[in-house]
Ligand binder design. Structure first.
Ligand code: NAD
Length: 258
């Protein structure tokens, strides 16, 4: 299908608004928009449709829904979409076990793209991190620092966790993770991966993986300055996912980077 009909969840949110803009930019029709029942956007028009709280009706009116909301909303939407066998693009981060299970059940019956970060640059960074970790042994100390705006509710970011997974995949084994350090933590164990979250201001998203060795270091960084990059990637994923076999996909699949 070349021009799928989109349903945007949370259109009053920062990402929801960016998604409506990115869909218009890509020439894709938003045919439904759903927000929580008490959201100020209920009844307003976005992208030519009226925002509603009626999830099942909205899913019936689209080919694929895009979800950047909250873990609870993501779980509820995935359950409704499982009944409707609707394709999905899911960008909500900090998913709990309930939301993870609901998304896994949806992926049994419909194609689903899930990514902690929909930007092209970050997905390239993940590939480079994996390559670097494969080339260097774990005597190179891996430390990840991420920065986001002060309203972000989960830490570390989903992208920082994806970087941890990329380093582990490159090394071919799991590592101990140190989330921040405080007190008498002792000398840094070989192979540990450090993860540190910085919060403040209006930072859209910054991630740096540093690999330290005696006498040298390698830094791989990505800085996002406009959340439109995530929305454009998600709209691209929506156009890609419709018509695929049921299953869970990520942006490496969408961008052909695997
Ligand atoms: P936000 O708080 O601005 O927006 C959240 C939206 O979800 C709001 O409109 C809210 O009304 C809506 N919502 C809440 N419950 C709902 C429900 N039951 N049904 C429908 N809508 C509901 O947050 P944001 O900054 O837009 O971020 C949203 C999520 O996206 C966060 O988890 C964030 O970490 C994630 N995010 C992911 C990426 C990525 O590339 N994967 C990029 C940026 C943000």
């Amino acid at each position: 299908m070349s021009s799928p009909r989109l349903c945007v969840l949370g259109p009053s949110g920062r990402m929801g608004a960016a998604l409506v803009g990115a869909a218009a930019e890509a020439g894709l029709a938003v045919t439904a928009a759903v927000d929580r029942a008490d959201a100020p956007s209920i009844g307003a028009k976005v992208g030519g449709v009226t925002v509603t709280a009626a999830l099942a009706d909205a899913l019936a009116a689209c080919d694929v829904y895009i979800d950047f909301t909250t873990p609870g909303a993501t779980a509820a939407a995935a359950r409704a979409a499982t009944a409707a066998r609707r394709a999905a693009v899911i960008g909500t981060t900090g998913l709990d076990a309930d939301a993870d299970a609901a998304v896994a059940a949806l992926a049994e019956v419909a194609p689903v793209v899930v990514a902690a970060n929909f930007s092209l640059g970050v997905n390239l960074l993940l590939g480079l991190a994996r390559q670097a970790a494969a080339a260097l042994d774990d005597g190179w100390d891996a430390e990840i620092v991420e920065a986001h705006h002060g309203r972000k509710v989960d830490a570390p970011s989903g992208t920082a966790l994806a970087l941890v997974a990329a380093v582990e995949a490159g090394r071919g084994r799991a590592a101990a993770h140190a989330h921040g350090r405080q007190g008498q933590v002792g000398a840094r164990p070989r192979g540990e991966i450090g993860v540190h979250a910085v919060r403040g201001g209006d930072v859209v998203g910054e991630h740096t993986l540093t690999l330290f060795a005696a006498g040298e270091r390698v830094e791989l960084s990505h800085r996002a300055t406009d959340r439109a990059i995530f929305a454009r990637g998600a709209v691209r994923a929506a156009a890609w996912v419709v018509g695929r076999a049921p299953g869970r996909y990520d942006m490496q699949d969408v961008l052909g980077l695997r």
